[in-house]
Design a binder for this molecule. Structure first.
Ligand code: PMP
Length: 455
């Protein structure tokens, strides 16, 4: 059902794409993007699109921010690379670490730099295990994650991810990773169950799982404040408070995966602030540098850091790190990116224009193909159904998402269908009238799809 891409498919032959149906790709080819300008990107044929996913939830400041280009150029000229192994450092990474600690939503002690969200979550897992060993609790290694959660694709982070697509055929998850329920009220609540009762039930189920596994074997819980790739799942208002009460009772660390929510997405600097989450480890990437260059990081508190420091002192080193972790060029870009976010109040913009986007998208909730519209700030999901009453999909799950998303691309908006949920996560610089253009294109794509589905 996917439409062929209009542009000449130049790179079908050699480039195997991420998250792509390889055979379908051989048929339809890629959409080749050549330029960016604000919230827009342009393909090789000159057609312009609103990048309504900010290029994989990434580009806070838009696609043409000269200050980031200049920051990268300056740093490239001064010191294009240096590492952070064994007592070496450089100014961009020192300044960035200081900045991140200063804006952290809860008191944090240290920053550890990595290169991708997946690497950062791998690092979190290793830090947690190292800490348990340091504390003389080698049995305390299990990490609880959630079904539908997304934490990356390396062996460890794909194990934390709770999507079947990332486990089946890869022989994952690895040992010591277990998955609990998702706060997805529309799909997973019982008939007539209130959001509040649903949140209470999820917290109870978490506690039962901990008791069944043995509380002294559970080291940590990881979750995204708002789930992104799992279908933009916004938890009930009291969910995080109830989950944190259970974790505190059994001395379990909390990892907040802010790879999508971090730096303004939900209308606060961090999703943790929007939902009252108090993490021990906060994982960030994407909007940290607006993804102009890859960089990710973990903020850790003293509860995590002090045992790590003691253990590394005892055995000689903390034996973990990446050659390019804390690379000076992406670090300089990230610093400038954070300055732009603050100077232009992009977090405030996400809150204000986000409220407008939520309101406008919710006007589509009456459409015959829309099951639910959900979101907060500048992140939203529109879940599509073929039958509003039964919430049943069209043909097979994901087919409707693909169909509507194809029409949306024709209409000049790039979204992403996560199964049957369309994601909307535009750059934080978007204006209300640009939101209106986006929503009009979504409406048009829904209308264009209707005869195919009902006809
Ligand atoms: N965590 C979350 C919440 C993510 O959304 C992603 C990427 N979409 C990752 C981790 C993994 O990041 P990366 O693709 O940079 O490895």
């Amino acid at each position: 059902t996917a439409q062929p891409n209009s542009v000449e498919a130049r790179d079908i032959s050699y480039h195997m794409h991420s998250y792509t149906n390889a055979r379908r790709h051989e048929e339809i080819g890629p959409l080749v993007i050549e330029k960016g300008d604000g919230i827009y990107v342009e393909d090789a044929s000159g057609k312009r699109y609103i990048e309504a996913m900010a290029g994989l939830w990434s580009v806070a400041v838009g696609f043409s921010e000269q200050r980031l280009v200049d920051a990268a150029t300056r740093q490239m000229k001064q010191l294009p690379f240096y590492h952070n192994f064994t007592h070496k450092s450089h100014a961009p990474v020192i300044d960035l670490a200081e900045k991140l600690v200063s804006i952290a939503p809860v008191p944090m002690s240290k920053v550890f730099f990595t290169n991708s969200g997946s690497e950062a979550n791998d690092t979190a897992m290793k830090m947690i295990w190292y800490r348990s060993n340091a504390l003389g609790q080698p049995q305390k290694k299990k990490i609880i994650s959630r079904k539908r959660g997304y934490h990356g694709v390396t062996i460890a982070s794909a194990s934390l991810t709770g999507l079947p697509n990332n486990h089946i055929s890869f022989d994952l998850p690895i040992a010591n990773v277990i998955h609990t329920g998702t706060p997805h009220h529309y799909r997973d609540a019982q008939p007539g169950e209130s959001e509040e009762a649903f949140a209470t039930r999820l917290a109870d189920e978490l506690e039962q799982l901990i008791l069944a596994e043995g509380p002294d074997t559970i080291a940590a819980f990881i979750g995204e404040p708002v789930m992104g790739a799992g279908g933009v799942v916004v938890p009930p208002a009291t969910y995080w408070e109830k989950i944190q009460a259970v974790l505190a009772k059994y001395d379990i660390l909390l990892v907040a995966d802010e790879v999508i929510c971090g730096f303004g997405r939900t209308g606060s600097m961090f999703g943790c602030e929007t939902f009252g989450i108090r993490p021990d480890i906060l994982v960030m990437s994407k909007q940290l540098s607006s993804s102009y260059l890859p960089i990710s990081a973990l903020l850790i508190n003293d509860r995590v850091y002090q045992p790590l420091a003691d253990e590394s002192n005892r055995i000689g080193t903390f034996g973990h790190g990446y050659t390019a972790g804390g690379h000076p060029v992406p670090a300089a870009v990230a610093l400038e990116n954070l300055r732009i976010i603050e100077e232009n109040d992009l977090v405030g913009n996400a809150k204000r224009v986000g409220a407008h986007m939520q309101k406008r998208l919710r006007e589509l909730a009456d459409h015959e193909l829309v099951g639910e519209v959900r979101g907060v700030g500048l992140i939203a999901g529109v879940e599509l159904v073929a039958d509003k009453a039964t919430r049943a999909p069209w043909k097979n799950a994901g087919a409707l998402g693909l169909l509507v998303n194809g029409h949306l691309q024709e209409n000049g908006v790039i979204s992403r269908n996560m199964g049957d949920t369309l994601g909307f996560c535009p750059p934080l610089i978007i204006t209300e009238s640009q939101v209106d253009d986006m929503v009009a294109a979504v409406k048009k794509a829904l209308d264009a799809s209707l005869p195919e589905v009902k006809g």
